[in-house]
Design a protein around this ligand. Sequence first.
Ligand code: FAD
Length: 510
Amino acid sequence: MKTLRLILGDQLNQQHSWFQERNDEVTYVMMEMRQETDYVVHHIQKITAFFAAMRLFKTYLEEKNQNIIYLSINDSKNEQSLEKNLLSLIEKHQFKKFEYLLPDEYRLDEQLKSLCKKLEIRTGFKDTEHFYTEREDVADFFKGKKQLIMENFYRMMRKKHNILMEGNEPLGGKWNFDEENRKKYKGEVPIPEAYSYKTDVSDLVKEIKQSGCKYFGEVDPENFHWPLERSQALQFVRYFCKKLLPNFGKYQDAMHSKYKFLFHARISFALNSKMITPAEVVEKVLYYWKEDEGKINIAQVEGFIRQIIGWREFMRGIYWAKMPEYASKNYFDHTRKLPSYYWSGDTKMNCVKQAVKQTLTDAYAHHIQRLMVTGNFALLNMTDPNEVDAWYLGVYIDAIEWVEITNTRGMSQFADGGIIGTKPYISSANYVHKMSNYCSKCFYNHKAKYGEKACPFNSLYWNFYDAHREKLEKNQRVVMMYRTWDKKPKEEKTKILTQAAQYLKEIDQL
Ligand code: FAD
């Protein structure tokens, strides 16, 4: 039966069963669309990476003699909308069946379901064959439980997939090596050079600019460093295993102005576009670890595996369990705007400046920069979670809603009131100073809570607790903070809150 099969931009899985055989009756369709570039303002590198990877995937299918229709961004036949393009292709080519791979975004899932209802031809869908879990697995696992604790899910995953296990017990006697994994980087071991491909994407960047879509950030079109196809992605994973894994866990929370990538893998784009699967990443990590005959400490390996089989799968499961309501959660009723320097990096706060400038040049910041610098400050500023989400969804190379919104609205902004995290991830300058070298070159004094050059993180931190007392003081994980706050002399509290009010008033000038 003459069939049209849709491949979305984040479904570039060469190993999917669809592509393992050739059928003359089947035509694949891929589309670069303004619908996808315009739902938030995106980083130019994010648009470039997706389109470049899609074009290479099209070449891969052509080499396998598959039939493929590809609509590039400036193609005159491109109607720039998923539904319009599909309807006109189905009519023009008289397809008798339409099939798609299950999308990971709620928005696209709804669009495709509604399109299928309209179509008068047969329709069907298939799994993307990427994740360890099905959409509903996390919700099923936590059925009847009051709290959704990631650690419990992670342990089940370790057992179920027999990863780092000795029988029923965790290898090394512990499930979690977090306390060994929270070191500041002080140059103890050299940081390996950042792995890069330096692909020339100049023509594509020109096309994107000609299309008129809005974008932000910078790109070096002759030296595009993100992996754009499976073989490149696998090289990133190999490089990670050989050079970065030995110190990954130890420094995974560290931040440094000179070494922006530290020991991080930079594989989130490759994973989220499905060039590689989480299972093969885990397999390769375990393989290299065993090959190395125990020279790599288990804490490094466990720290990494936890992110892949724990956090990544957990976030996806929460997304499908809680959408669409999740996207409007605003537990603290925050309404303030995101400070202007989130788009420029022009601030005197060195930590925010470093994280944002790096985001502009690389479409990347690592987890702790996202959580404890930009996320933390957005929360202390009491920013509307819609603004925070739109920023994170646009600026990072790996941002796809299922993993962005759960991390941003949930983990970072606590806007879900505690579905993902057990307490808000806020900190004063103390944490940033402990984990980075940022404060030593900062205009502000990380020790001062008020007065000239007092670091804004300090007064805003106490101001946050004070403002949200009603919602937080019964939370066992922050009860100590209220005790500390209450013990402060009234005069000091007034100075802190006055300073915070001043900073909130002048937020764009900080
Ligand atoms: P590494 O530090 O080397 O970790 C390896 C892999 O583990 C990552 O590639 C990723 O696939 C996975 N991982 C690690 N932490 C998480 C996590 N919390 N949730 C899901 N997977 C995780 N990740 C995204 O992929 N897309 C996003 O849009 C995204 N938005 C985020 C927003 C905020 C506010 C925060 C705090 C985190 C966000 N993350 C997001 C999670 C994490 O920051 C990135 O996955 C990571 O920085 C990607 O870089 P890496 O490949 O070098 O990761």
